[in-house]
Design a protein around this ligand. Structure first.
Ligand code: KIV
Length: 276
């Protein structure tokens, strides 16, 4: 079964060709309206398993399920027409066997119509990446800090600080590249190591907390627009402050309702029309 790139979208191959070219702008998206708003501006939308934390309130990304990723993947596909859409494979869907990895990747592609899947890990899951690519499915890798390993690692730890860890990351990057991935996310990794990986491999590196040395950047959308209500990572630049906007709108709305300043049915449609 071939998984043809949806017509009109930026393809994984086009992103691969951007290595050392124009930096690749990526954001996560989980819903239809956010996909509609971001699609004209960015190259790639990632339906990240961070959705489990950002939208569902789980403590970490281990709360993501296949059904969750597929439902959000479908919403983002409905809301976008231009960007390359990548859907994360949730923890438990690919690590154990190559067969399960391929079956889960095929299910995500079939049920969402997205352009590619993303998996966390390097050398340890290179066989899974190679098998998914061999099944005709483009793969984005993810190395460095791996959020799905948070329990195994006992927290979120910056990578590349020791010589031994830097060497392990170079091996991971090469393994992901050799397995046929079209790009690789580098998360939470010190700049000299992210820069060296970017220099050594021929596929684009997409940094998150890994410096401007990478071939592109990805941020979690709620962090970027100032909507994150818990902890915002230190490296994030907030481009808007929607926490304050939403909170003020809710307070203004509640005040209007309590003073009975809300319209009747005769205004139902004119209200929106007047604003258009
Ligand atoms: O799930 C996610 O949002 C991600 C990004 C942090 C790259 O994997």
């Amino acid at each position: 079964m071939a998984f043809d790139a949806p017509a009109g979208r930026i393809t994984p191959d086009e992103l691969l060709a951007r290595k050392r070219g124009e930096p690749i702008a990526c954001l996560t998206a989980y819903t239809y309206p956010i996909a509609r708003l971001l699609d004209p501006h960015v190259d790639l939308l990632l339906v990240g398993d961070s959705v489990a934390m950002v939208l569902h309130g789980h403590a970490n990304t281990l709360g993501a399920t296949m059904d969750m990723m597929i439902a959000h993947g479908q919403a983002v596909m409905r809301g976008s027409a231009r960007a390359c859409v990548v859907v994360d494979m949730p923890a438990g869907s690919y690590e154990d066997t190559v067969e399960n990895a391929v079956a889960c990747a095929k299910r995500i592609m079939r049920e969402t119509g997205c352009d590619a899947v993303k998996l966390e890990g390097g050398v340890a899951i290179a066989a899974q990446i190679a098998a998914i690519v061999a099944a005709g499915i483009p793969v984005m890798g993810h190395i460095g800090l791996l959020p799905q390993s948070v329990e195994k690692e006992g927290g979120y730890k910056i990578k590349g600080r020791s010589e031994a860890n830097a060497e392990a990351l170079y091996a991971d990057a090469r393994a992901v590249e050799a397995a046929g991935a079209f790009s690789v996310v580098i998360e939470g990794t010190v700049e000299p190591v992210a820069a060296e990986i970017t220099r050594r491999i021929a596929i684009p590196t997409i940094g998150i907390g890994a410096s401007a040395a990478c071939d592109g950047q990805i941020l979690v959308i709620d962090d970027a627009i100032g909507l994150t209500v818990d902890r915002v990572p230190k490296f994030v630049k907030e481009y808007a402050f929607l926490r304050d906007t939403v909170s003020k709108a809710a307070a203004d709305y509640a005040r209007d309702v309590r003073s009975r300043a809300f319209p009747g049915p005769e205004h139902l449609f004119s209200l929106n029309k007047d604003k258009a």
